[in-house]
Design a protein around this ligand. Structure first.
Ligand code: SF4
Ligand code: SF4
Ligand code: SF4
Length: 209
């Protein structure tokens, strides 16, 4: 999905059944994101009087799990679906299946009981599916957001917001980024230049809800 001002890339897991790793997205989320991405070329960009170059368009990337198949880390705005998980120690049978399946080494067995290291967990949800005791609970799918990533001559990874956003908050973030892009885009200026002027670190205050 693309418009004059925006390119939206979604991984195949966004469609139900499209990928075995895909997390269930909030109802209507993908459609609302697509509608946002299809909004008209903002005045500030239309005044350029020519089609935008590829790197002048805002690139959005949506992944239905932390695997990041459509490169959200180098998108102007990258969203990765994630679920918070919690282990009920009292219900754990100590089989170790969750530890073995976790790609991030976020679960250890402590005295025969599974223990989660939140700092390592990326919220992929793979442990949920293998627990025979139903001892792992998960919250709703939310989104990690990465802002200002880019490839090209001066590549950089997007800066992570540091907290997970629900669907409405993620859509609001995208809308604010589109508005900033429309207001501040200039010839050859990339979105990362708007977010990090003169390369300075730290996200601008308007990023936050
Ligand atoms: S990002 Fe995850 S859900 Fe999407 S295609 Fe890749 S592995 Fe599948
Ligand atoms: S949600 Fe994924 S990363 Fe987190 S503990 Fe489970 S398998 Fe590991
Ligand atoms: S898969 Fe379930 S029962 Fe087995 S160790 Fe993990 S939490 Fe415990």
């Amino acid at each position: 999905m693309s418009s004059d001002a925006c390119i939206l890339e979604t991984c195949r897991g966004v469609k139900p059944g499209g990928c075995r790793f895909g997390l269930p997205l909030p109802g209507g989320f993908a459609g609302e994101l697509e509608a946002l991405a299809g909004t008209a070329l903002p005045v500030a960009l239309a005044e350029l009087g020519r089609p935008l170059r590829h790197h002048e368009r805002l690139r959005l990337s949506l992944c239905a799990c932390p695997n990041g198949c459509v490169r959200p880390h180098v998108a102007d705005v990258g969203l990765l679906a994630a679920r918070d998980v919690a282990i009920d120690a009292a219900a754990c049978a100590g089989c170790g299946a969750c530890r073995d399946v976790c790609p991030d080494g976020a679960i250890a067995l402590d005295d025969g009981v599974a223990a989660l290291d939140d700092s390592r967990c990326l919220g992929c949800g793979q442990c949920l599916a293998v627990c025979p005791a139903g001892a792992i609970a998960a919250g709703p799918t939310r989104f990690r957001a990465l802002i200002g990533g880019r490839l090209g001559r001066r590549p950089r990874l997007g800066q992570e917001l540091g907290r997970r956003l629900d669907g409405q908050a993620a859509l609001g973030l995208v809308a604010r980024c589109l508005a900033a892009h429309g207001a501040q885009a200039r010839p050859s200026r990339r979105f990362g230049d708007i977010i990090f002027p003169a390369g300075q670190p730290g996200l601008p205050a308007w990023i936050w809800p």
